[in-house]
Every structure is written in structure tokens, then in C-alpha cells.
Ligand binder design. Structure first.
Ligand code: SAH
Length: 277
């Protein structure tokens, strides 16, 4: 088996053109094993001997032959907006966001806007994705360990996380979006991304403890099981309704003694709902 290159190979200067894009590779389909507890887990390409997801192929993106320049502009804007973590900027510059939205919306994929992904759900703005992952990674010296994402949606954020964490467990309650994310992610050949259909309000105990938990849907409060599944020293980032009735980003860090909680800026996420549909 070929050794995987260390990551990041090279950190970008803010606004600099990322060296390589996270582009689709040859497609390889694997069956979805059942994990029980009403949760089905589809492993995205756990194949040995895979090509590195970081090795780009020349592809026609529908945005002209090179979408890298457009992404580099997006990264420069993210840096201007205050995103500082070079690992996050690098990852945002690598993942081809336009592949996660309908063709008709591909032209808007690198604008700082949320976009519909079907079934009434949205892919978050690049700025919000970057901000949340930056908060998740705060103080982390390098790659995170296992991360849990609640709300796979179209799979975009899972792809970004795959570059910044050793393993990504991502759970989605809507079958249609779970299937869409599988289809979107399969060509990228990301062996460390594990997609599950299930109720993320229960977390995913089998992968716990997590080095980070990130939710793309906002509830009235942070489910206690998420806190149980957090490793000591790890952070949880989730949109949550505050006492004033508005949704804000909440960051909870587990310490040896308990939990530290910070309420940050106002956000607008789709609601966290229970059950599978
Ligand atoms: N990270 C996603 C954003 C998707 S929007 C992306 O990059 O596209 C948030 C998603 O959370 C929606 O798809 C919604 O169906 C899902 N969701 C809401 N409640 C959930 C729950 N309890 N468990 C799992 N997914 C949930």
C-alpha cells in the first residue's frame, strides 16, 4: 500500500492559489453495512491502495477548466472576513464546492451564500463552514482525531473535514440527502469519511469519544449525549437557541473538570429534528 502523503503538504498564503484541488477520482462503490440501532453506515471507499484524495486530476468543472482560481478568491475573502487558521483556509481552497450543488447553482458555489440542496435544506455559507471548523480546531496543533458531524446534507462540510481530521463520522436523518451525499462524495474517494443514516440527536456512540463534534442543524439545546461523546479537551460547535430566543453558535469544551460553554455570534441554521425521514 502506498504511503499517504503527510498533510498539509504546503500551507497556502491567504489568498494564494491552492496547489491541488480535492477533485473526484475514479469511482468505487462499496456496500453499506448495517450497524444496528436504526443506523445504517455506508463507508465511503474504505479501499486499501487508494489514490490520495489530494492528488488532483485535470477535470472539467463546468466553471471553466480551472475552478482553483475562483476558490482562491473565495479563500482570500474568507481570510479578509477573519478566518485565520491556515489549515482551514487550505482545506476550503481544496474542496470543489460546485460539485455539491445542482448544476444550475454551480456558478454561485464560491459566493458567500447558502444554497438549497433539496428537501428544504441548505448547504451553509463558506464563511460559516470555515468559522465553525476553525472553532472546532482551536488550539489543535495538527489534524484532529475522530470527528462527528451532525447533518451531512450534501456532504460538502464532511469533505472539508476529511482533510482536517483522521476520521469523519457524518450522520444525516433524511434518506434522500444521505443518498445524495454518498453520490456526491463517492468520486472523491475519501476513505476516512463514514456516512450514516440516523438520528444525530443521539450522536453516534460507536465512534466516541470524539476529538470534535460539529452540528449543521440548530436545536433548542445541545443534546446531553453529544457532551457524553466528547473527549476531554475536545470541542463541540453547534447552533443553538439561546435564552433570548435567537440562534447563536455555541462552543462547548470538555475539560477534566466539566464543560466550558461560550455563546458566540447569531446564526441561521435549519432546525435539528429527531427521527429518520
Ligand atoms: N453540512 C451540510 C449542511 C446540511 S444542512 C452540508 O455541507 O451540506 C443541515 C442538515 O442537518 C440537513 O440535511 C438536515 O436534514 C440535517 N439534520 C437535522 N436534524 C438532524 C438530526 N437529528 N440528525 C441528523 N441530521 C439532521
Amino acid at each position: 500500500m502506498k504511503p499517504r502523503p503527510s498533510f498539509p503538504a504546503k500551507l497556502p498564503l491567504a489568498g494564494g492559489r491552492p496547489a491541488m484541488a480535492l477533485s473526484p477520482q475514479a469511482v468505487q462503490v462499496h456496500p453499506s453495512p448495517t450497524t444496528g440501532q436504526g443506523t445504517r453506515q455506508g463507508l465511503i471507499n474504505p479501499a486499501a491502495g487508494h489514490a490520495s484524495p489530494l492528488s488532483a486530476m485535470p477535470v472539467s468543472s463546468g466553471l471553466g477548466l480551472d475552478s482553483g482560481a475562483v476558490r482562491a478568491r473565495m479563500v482570500a475573502k474568507l481570510a479578509e472576513q477573519g478566518v485565520q487558521d491556515p489549515w482551514v483556509l487550505q482545506a476550503m481552497g481544496q474542496v470543489e464546492r460546485h460539485r455539491f450543488v445542482e448544476t444550475a447553482l454551480a456558478g454561485q458555489a464560491y459566493e458567500d451564500t447558502s444554497l438549497p440542496i433539496g428537501l428544504g435544506q441548505t448547504i451553509s455559507k463558506p464563511n460559516v463552514v470555515a468559522r465553525m471548523i476553525e472553532l472546532l480546531r482551536q488550539d489543535a496543533p495538527g489534524k484532529l482525531g475522530r470527528v462527528l458531524e451532525i447533518g451531512t446534507g450534501c456532504g460538502y462540510q464532511a469533505a472539508v473535514l476529511s482533510l482536517l481530521a483522521s476520521e469523519v463520522y457524518s450522520i444525516e436523518r433524511l434518506r434522500g440527502l444521505h443518498e445524495k451525499a454518498k453520490k456526491n462524495l463517492l468520486p472523491f474517494r475519501l476513505p476516512n469519511v463514514h456516512l450514516m443514516l440516523g438520528d444525530g440527536m443521539l450522536g453516534f456512540p460507536k465512534g466516541a469519544p470524539y476529538a470534535g463534534i460539529i452540528s449543521a442543524a440548530g436545536g433548542d439545546e445541545v443534546p446531553l449525549v453529544w457532551l457524553d461523546q466528547l473527549a476531554v479537551g475536545a470541542r463541540l460547535v453547534a447552533p443553538t437557541v439561546t435564552p433570548s430566543g435567537h440562534q447563536a453558535l455555541v462552543v462547548i469544551r470538555r475539560t477534566a473538570k466539566g464543560f466550558d460553554r461560550q455563546v458566540l455570534e447569531a446564526v441561521h441554521f435549519v432546525p435539528l429534528k429527531s427521527g429518520i425521514a
